[in-house]
Design a protein around this ligand. Structure first.
Ligand code: 5GP
Length: 194
């Protein structure tokens, strides 16, 4: 998605060869117009799938997921990273090793929002090693529902998450695919440049 690539070039900060900071439009301050365009793009990319719900993870997946849900007219569920006093019954959980925080978190979703006949689109902000997406997929499968696809805002294609998820047979679509962050420069996979 050209507008996203342009924004990454203009506003993204390369924090090292594996980490990109995009807190001026996605991870802290949020650009609603860009999120809206992303929602339309996800809706277009997964138009062939019969999606009934979207599942994401708090907090940075929520904005793009809600915009996709708006376009697809389906509800959006977000997995919680912290235990909630009110989220107690019928909990589905999975462990995620966080690439950025270097710690393992238990994430949870109430099973009452996932039904066995649901066809779920998983959305997240970044794809690095695929831990978050795999944990969300496990929760979907534990609920007896199916994963219709995985939509990612920024895939770091030089890390192994995309390969891992595609090898497992998931349909993965990313709005921007970064091939390298070496020398402080963002390079995109050339086939993503329209
Ligand atoms: P994975 O689970 O695929 O290893 O990593 C994806 C998760 O880690 C995302 O949910 C995102 O929060 C975080 N993440 C991974 N790489 C980056 C990065 O380069 N920048 C930012 N801001 N977050 C990242």
């Amino acid at each position: 998605m050209k507008a996203l690539e342009q924004r990454i070039i203009e506003a993204g900060k390369v924090l090292g060869p594996t980490v990109l900071k995009v807190d001026s439009f996605l991870n802290h301050q949020i650009d609603p117009q860009l999120m809206y365009e992303m929602g339309k793009e996800f809706s277009y990319l997964f138009r062939e799938e019969k999606i009934t719900k979207i599942l994401t993870i708090e907090s940075s997946g929520i904005a793009p997921a809600v915009m996709a849900g708006l376009q697809m007219n389906v509800p959006v569920i977000f997995a919680r990273k912290r235990k909630s006093l009110t989220l107690t019954d019928n909990l589905l959980t999975a462990h995620v090793y966080s690439f950025t925080k270097k710690e393992t978190n238990e994430i949870s979703v109430s099973g009452s929002f996932l039904n066995h006949d649901d066809s779920i689109l998983i959305i997240d902000d970044f794809l690095a090693n695929g831990e978050a997406a795999l944990a969300l997929a496990k929760i979907v499968e534990d609920a007896g529902a199916s994963v219709a696809g995985i939509g990612i805002v920024i895939e770091k294609a030089f890390q192994n998450g995309g390969k891992k998820l595609r090898e497992k047979g998931f349909k993965v679509e990313s709005l921007a695919r970064i091939s390298s962050l070496e020398n402080g420069q963002v390079e995109f996979l050339s086939n993503e440049l329209e």
